[in-house]
Design a protein around this ligand. Structure first.
Ligand SMILES: [Zn+2]
Length: 287
């Protein structure tokens, strides 16, 4: 919604802080952070509206359903999104983003510029080049300041992956901790147990109120040690009904249940929205 631009990069100790400055005056400014976990079938698409009106889209799902969801959520006149994050380039995350870049003006894009043989990934790189947005290479300790005390901290990957040749990229997913006051939401892409362990061993603070379950509830993710580290109250699984992978698996649902975590699923609940004032939060099922 806001016409924001990347204005400076401050190196502060080991932290890189990317701050956005606000140029637009149109904003609800209700002091609330809203996080929409869109029901886009078998894939992820998470839309964040910060209290100052800045907007972030994390992944785009497997088709153009995300475009319709954005149209229902954003004002009709709003054709700008401040930041798009591609966690990794598998089809169920990148496909919808290509349509978003074609329809919206994107100011900043976070993605790992891995070298991968994939026509879909080539299409993504072409639309990124056309977009002319600022591209931020993700790695741990970079922090994106969304204003009004809302930050997106990158906690994985551990180093830049730019130029590396890879085909399997789940474990290279960009993992983000979204923080607003006392509220923390961990967004995990499709990382599996190997990356979960790597993150735990890095010593980064993992504790969060809400966990976006990695890889749609695949049994190879959401290990007990990771759940112990994150200790969320609520988990959200973005997953398509009757998908061919058997997601979410009974193993992951069992682990979440054993930890006493309340589970929301887009295949059962539809789109799920979180609203927070930085102290408390409310879960809202929107369709
Ligand atoms: Zn996925």
């Amino acid at each position: 919604m806001r016409k924001l631009s990347l204005i400076h990069l401050v190196i502060l100790l080991c932290l890189s802080v990317f701050a956005f400055s606000t140029h637009s005056i149109a904003s609800s400014k209700d002091g609330l952070l809203k996080i929409h976990f869109f029901d886009v079938g078998q894939g992820d698409a998470i839309f964040v509206e910060a209290p100052n009106g800045s907007q972030v889209l994390i992944d785009g799902g497997p088709d153009n359903a995300v475009v319709q969801k954005l149209g229902e959520t954003m004002p009709f006149y709003d054709k700008d999104i401040d930041l798009v994050v591609l966690t990794h380039s598998d089809a169920d995350h990148v496909t919808g983003l290509i349509g978003v870049l074609e329809r919206y003006e994107i100011e900043n894009i976070v993605y790992s510029n891995i070298v991968r043989k994939s026509s879909l990934y080539n299409a993504w790189q072409e639309v990124v080049a056309k977009e002319g947005a600022s591209v931020i290479d993700p790695m741990v300790n970079k922090v994106i300041d969304l204003g009004n005390g809302v930050i997106l901290a990158i906690i994985h990957p551990a180093e830049s992956l730019a130029g590396k040749v890879m085909d399997k990229v789940n474990n290279e997913s960009v993992v983000l901790m979204l923080k607003y006051g006392e509220m923390e939401v961990l967004l995990t892409g499709d990382i599996e147990a190997r990356a979960e362990r790597q993150i735990i061993l890095s010593g980064v603070a993992l504790d969060a109120d809400i966990l976006k379950v990695a890889h749609h509830g695949s049994r190879t993710s959401t290990s007990e040690e990771f759940l112990y580290g994150v200790s969320p109250q609520v988990a959200v699984i973005q997953v398509g009904a009757k998908n061919r992978y058997g997601h979410p698996t009974k193993e992951v649902l069992g682990r979440l249940e054993n930890f006493g975590i309340k589970v929301y699923r887009t295949d059962v609940d539809g789109s799920v929205k979180i609203v927070s004032d930085g102290e408390n939060y409310q879960m809202i099922i929107t369709n």
